[in-house]
Design a protein. Structure first.
Length: 163
């Protein structure tokens, strides 16, 4: 048991079937491995409504499974009212997601691009800290995205646990 407060983290992409479900599952995986998952309220969503109720894309499921990671996400759309109240951190995958979230009224200091936590990418310009949308590509794109998300989530957990 711990008396630490629970930190709410919402991962956001466009469709909530490729990138943000991966980030959610990978973050949860790292948190469980370190025995700290109960310190977090973790979820994912999309800015678009297209895939409400859908499981993650089978290519995300496959790359996650190859690393022993399961993806609990069920597609849903960002709800500015409830999500901005529930989550301490809103973590978009790309700049378009971030702009959409800010346009919905999120507090800018609670919105951070996922790759701003990445050990080798944290010093880059905002435009270069984007997880590319793998939807229209093949499995290789999903492997590339997985590596970025994995490194960023591990570093993000380090940073949160230091605070
Ligand atoms: P995601 O990828 O934002 O990483 O989930 C996409 C998923 C679906 C679509 C676009 C991007 N779509 O056009 O349906």
């Amino acid at each position: 048991m711990t008396d630490l407060p629970i930190t709410g983290v919402l991962f956001v992409c466009l469709g909530n079937i490729c990138r943000s479900p991966l980030a959610e599952g990978v973050f949860l995986h790292h948190a469980r491995a370190r025995g700290v998952h109960t310190e977090f309220d973790i979820d994912s969503c999309g800015t678009a409504h297209w895939h409400i109720g859908s499981p993650p894309d089978e290519r995300s499921v496959a790359v996650a499974a190859a690393h022993g990671v399961t993806l609990p996400s069920v597609g849903r759309q960002l709800n500015p009212v409830t999500d901005f109240a529930r989550f301490d951190w809103i973590i978009p995958m790309d700049v378009a997601n971030a702009e959409d979230i800010l346009a919905e009224g999120a507090q800018p200091e609670r919105v951070r691009l996922l790759l701003s936590f990445h050990p080798e990418m944290r010093a880059l310009q905002r435009e270069d800290q984007q997880v590319p949308d793998p939807y229209y590509g093949g499995q290789r794109g999903f492997r590339n995205v997985y590596e970025m998300i994995d490194a960023a989530c591990a570093a993000m957990l380090d940073e949160f646990l230091e605070d």
